[in-house]
Design a protein around this ligand. Structure first.
Ligand SMILES: [Mg+2]
Length: 231
């Protein structure tokens, strides 16, 4: 069986997020006049990562993290937002963001080849259940996966080996018979290895990684030929 990460592995999360954040910046130039587009995106990504991490760990709710990061963004520009205003502002971003949900070009060729080999497919993703399922639906691939495990559904999140084991149990497969591919070296590939799966790092940007101790690919086009290794 082959399990995939979702964001920045199947779906180009970063492109959708940056496009929507850039539109948000352009619509609020009066407020963020001190920022170039690049510095605004850096700030946006750092706030998104900070609150996403807290929500993934269960420290705050998924909807709270949307509001809180918007409130902090505005506060850094000297303006306080009420919870309702922050929620409203986030939805302005989100409307653009979700209209840019797209698969990477190498996803469907890869899924088609694996399907032709009768390889069962799954997803293991950190995130909020409804939103992650919607991404798969909007990208029209949800029905291709026999097992979809989202962290908010199971109260476990990567890199905890338990979420990988949970997914294997749910799918009725042994961890050692599974591949797991994701864009994070530690949070995906090494975490999967720690859980007994054959972890593969999808290094799309071909970032140098001296001493990398896990199997690495730069495109999902390379994945089907690796399936014989573990699943
Ligand atoms: Mg990812």
């Amino acid at each position: 069986m082959v399990f995939f990460d979702l964001d920045d592995t199947l779906m180009d999360y970063t492109a959708a997020m940056r496009t929507a954040a850039a539109v948000f910046w352009a619509d609020h130039l009066d407020l963020f006049a001190d920022h170039s587009i690049d510095s605004f995106l850096t700030l946006w990504e750092s706030l998104a990562a900070k609150y996403h991490r807290q929500a993934t760990a269960g420290e705050i709710g998924w909807h709270d993290q949307q509001r809180l990061r918007m409130q902090e963004l505005y506060k850094l520009s000297g303006r306080e937002l009420s919870p309702a205003e922050a929620t409203n502002e986030f939805s302005r971003f989100f409307d653009v963001y979700r209209r840019h949900w797209r698969l990477f070009a190498d996803v469907l060729p890869c899924l088609n080849k694996l399907k032709a080999k009768n390889v069962p497919l799954g997803v293991i993703s950190n995130g909020e259940s409804l939103q992650q399922h919607r991404k798969l639906q909007v990208c029209r691939v949800e029905e291709r996966f026999q097992a979809i495990v989202i962290s908010s559904e199971v109260g476990l999140h990567k890199p905890d080996p338990a979420i990988f084991r949970h997914a294997c149990e749910q799918a009725g497969v042994k961890a050692g018979d599974c591949l797991y591919v994701g864009d994070q070296l530690d949070g995906d590939a090494r975490a999967a290895v720690a859980a007994g799966l054959h972890g593969i790092w999808l290094n799309r940007a071909a970032r140098p990684a001296p001493g990398c101790d896990v199997e690495t690919i730069e495109s999902l086009r390379e994945l089907p030929s690796l399936v014989g290794i573990g699943g």
